[in-house]
Write a protein that binds this ligand. Sequence first.
Ligand code: SF4
Ligand code: SF4
Ligand SMILES: [Zn+2]
Length: 278
Amino acid sequence: MHLSFSRLDDNVARFIISGFPSAFVNSLRRTMMGEVPTLAIEDVLIYDNDSALFDEMLVHRLGLIPLRTDLSEYVFTKDCSCNGEGCSACTSVYTLSVEGPRTVYSRDLIPQDPRAAPVDENIPLVKLEKDQKVVLEARAVLGRGSEHAKWQPTLACGYKGYPRIVFDSKCDSCGMCVDECPRDVLEIKGKKIAVVDGKIEDCILCKLCERICVANADTWDKPAISVQTEDDRFIFDIEGDGSIPVRQIIEQAAKVLQTKSDSLVDVLCDISGGNIND
Ligand code: SF4
Ligand code: SF4
Ligand SMILES: [Zn+2]
């Protein structure tokens, strides 16, 4: 089992994961999207809304604003000592009061806890004309993407098999696949077709190179280039919404998977009377 990062910053990561079956890699993807908690606005008390948007639409937009989430500071409402009443340990409170004419932005949402402020200050919510106003109080709580997409910490989260491109001896280096490739992965090197150094991971497995190769050869029924993927090696790409760092998303997802796997082992032990190999 091996994991190596080619990029890791606060909001974006790319890593190569090898030695795992695709089922495990897919579980990791689903866990990152659906099981890592973030804060999102859940309840809104509207005092005034003269805007062109219905209350429901305004509240929906508020819910989708990514909020900075310190997982060491907040607990789920159901696990809180306030018994779901809402307190500073489980709920982040915001106020918003804006009068037109102007656009209401996410920066107008004033948090009681500055650590739970909107990730981006410039998300437009609604445009107010003269004499229109919006006054409200909002409450954000922890939740999971499996309950609602507003709690997903990832904007993009996916993987592909690690590409392997093989050339046949019948290749005459005509170069058509080089021109066809949308990611400039191929080149004519000397008099031979080859993968550009360091570009193999850019291949999107579209197989346009295979198609153009076979389409222009009169007698071949198979292309001289073959795009394949390695069995247990994958390229993983994640883009976070900024609510929590991408590194933490990966770590939290790994912990969730570990906990679920431990519970499964316990259940299997119970069923088999203590020996899961039986
Ligand atoms: S793989 Fe096919 S299209 Fe590409 S250079 Fe060789 S013969 Fe031409
Ligand atoms: S599969 Fe697509 S991206 Fe990959 S080398 Fe062929 S044309 Fe280029
Ligand atoms: Zn509480």
